[in-house]
Each structure stands twice: as structure tokens, then as C-alpha cells.
Design a protein around this ligand. Structure first.
Ligand SMILES: [Zn+2]
Length: 308
């Protein structure tokens, strides 16, 4: 079975957050529960991560930045939820940062499992707006660069390809891996939305607003096989944001739920046909049905890639 990584602590359930930010804090649990309800997995089948620790975070983050996340003012800015400024630091750490550390640990674990099993999915993570010294767009910890750096330092991978198909540019990820000769990013994103300033990337594919599913899938189909053949990564980390969905309030691309399943099958299949291990993380998705799109994708991937 394809390992699926999940911890109940991923979920953010505090302060009526969901009413202040277009973010479903229980998205992860809904996906987990749907997979069980559909008979794709049993409760005991999920792999449980530990939270990332400070030494691991220091592999990519500056100590001053980690210290600044304890400051409610700075954190409120990263998360774009001004009300958080009024809460004590310990509450924010327990209710917001700790869940993100569990999800970051989940991304690291999914990358390790992908190397062992060929593929793994973290039902969270994909905080691609977090850089070494700043956060933004609801992202605090740079989970994907961090996982890549750890595995590279352990000698488990030589080259890592990040495929970022969230609707927003993965500016934080791009800024960290930019100087790393051994890591590249292929990023399909809508130009007109956050972040306002785009980072330089190895394989950027900026899109105008309103692009429909077929055009979008053609961009991926035309680029990804060649990038895989040229770069020959030892690991592909797939940032599978579902916000290119036509009903997403934070972007204006027009993919249907079915297009997103096709997209995720396309990415994983292209990698697996070349023997490249894939770790998938969920990243953005802000529609009320985003959880269902992710559940549909994971179901389709499990159906195609579970063995025995
Ligand atoms: Zn996004």
C-alpha cells in the first residue's frame, strides 16, 4: 500500500479561524475520514509522524527567524490573520505552530517513505511561501526544502526535483533551493495572484487567469517528461495544491475536480514510469470542497499504485 502520513494534530481548530481566513482548519481530518469511509484505508493504516524539531528546522531556517515566530505580531503577519496579534505567544505555539511542525515532520517522513516504497503521501504540508528568513501566505516552516536538505545531508539523495502545481508561486521554496545546484523547481502558477513579487525559478510556467483544465494539463504534459529526463532526480516532491480548482476563492484558474485528479495521476505516473520516487504534499486549497478533491486524488492514486 502507498504509505499515507497523517497526524490528528495537523488540524487547526482555534479562535474561529475558519471565519477569519478562507482556510478550512479541519481539511486534513476530513480527507483522512473520507479515505476511511470509502474503504481506501483503515484507521490503523496511516503512518504517524513526529513533529519536526529545532535542530532540523535550523537546517534551512535562520535562528532569528525561528525566534520571530514566537512574536504574535510577526506571526500574525505571516498568517495574515491580524486578530492573532492579541493572543499570547504560548497559545499561538500550541494551536498554530505545533500543528505546522507536525505537518512538516509529516513531509520529512513522506520523503523518507517515498525512497523506501517508491511513493508516499502526506495529508498536509506544502508550505511553499515560507523562506529561510521570512514566512507568508499562511506558511511558517519550509517543509519541502527542509526534507530535501535532510535527505541530501544523510546521503540518501543526490538530486531533488520539486514540482509545484499549487495555483500560487512557490516563492519561499524557490528562494531556498535557488542556490542549491542539486535541486530544481518546476512551478505552474497564476501570475495575477499572491505572491506579488515572484522569485526566479528553474522551470517557471506563469499562467494568465482563466486557464481551463485542458490547457493547464497540456502545460504539465509538455514540460514535465522533459524535465524529468534532463535532470534525472532521485526524488520528486510534489506540491499538489488543489487551488487551481474553478471554485477556489484565492485563484482564478478553471480546473474541474476531475481535471485535478487527472493532473495528480499524470505527475505521479510520469515519475513512477521513470523509477523516480514521489512524495506528495497537499499545500493550498481554499474551497469548501477542497478536502473532497484531495480525497478523490488520493483514492485515485491508491487505486492505481497500491500493490498486493
Ligand atoms: Zn496556493
Amino acid at each position: 500500500m502507498v504509505p499515507i502520513v497523517y497526524h490528528p494534530r495537523y488540524n487547526l481548530t482555534a479562535f474561529g479561524l475558519e471565519r477569519r481566513h478562507p482556510f478550512d482548519g479541519r481539511k486534513y481530518r476530513r480527507i483522512h475520514d473520507a479515505l476511511i469511509a470509502r474503504g481506501i484505508r483503515r484507521a490503523g493504516d496511516f503512518v504517524v509522524p513526529r513533529p519536526v524539531d529545532r535542530d532540523e528546522l535550523l537546517k534551512v531556517h535562520a535562528p532569528e527567524y525561528l525566534r520571530s515566530t514566537r512574536n504574535p505580531e510577526a506571526l500574525a503577519k505571516s498568517l495574515e490573520i491580524p486578530i492573532l496579534r492579541r493572543l499570547p505567544g504560548w497559545t499561538l505555539d500550541w494551536r498554530i505552530l505545533a500543528p505546522m511542525r507536525y505537518a512538516t515532520g509529516g513531509t520529512i517522513l513522506a520523503c523518507r517513505l517515498a525512497l523506501e516504497e517508491g511513493m508516499a503521501i502526506n495529508l498536509g504540508g506544502g508550505f511553499h511561501h515560507a523562506a529561510a528568513e521570512w514566512g507568508g501566505g499562511f506558511c511558517v516552516y519550509a517543509d519541502v526544502p527542509l526534507a530535501a536538505r535532510l535527505l541530501r545531508d544523510e546521503g540518501k539523495v543526490e538530486k531533488v526535483l520539486v514540482v509545484d502545481l499549487d495555483a500560487h508561486q512557490g516563492n519561499g521554496t524557490a528562494s531556498i533551493i535557488g542556490p542549491w545546484k542539486w535541486a530544481e523547481i518546476f512551478d505552474v502558477f497564476e501570475t495575477a495572484v499572491f505572491p506579488p513579487v515572484k522569485e526566479l525559478e528553474d522551470h517557471p510556467r506563469p499562467l494568465p487567469s482563466g486557464v481551463i483544465g485542458q490547457e493547464y494539463l497540456d502545460v504539465v504534459r509538455d514540460s514535465l517528461p522533459r524535465i524529468l529526463d534532463d535532470f534525472r532526480p532521485d526524488l520528486l516532491v510534489y506540491n499538489a495544491g488543489s487551488d487551481p480548482f474553478e471554485g477556489d476563492p484565492l485563484a482564478h484558474l478553471r480546473l474541474s475536480a476531475e481535471d485535478l485528479v487527472d493532473r495528480d495521476l499524470l505527475v505521479v505516473t510520469e515519475a513512477r514510469e521513470r523509477g523516480v520516487p514521489v512524495a506528495m504534499v497537499l499545500s493550498g486549497g481554499y474551497a469548501s470542497t477542497s478536502w473532497k478533491i484531495h480525497a478523490d486524488t488520493v483514492e485515485a492514486l491508491a487505486t492505481r499504485f497500491d500493490r498486493g
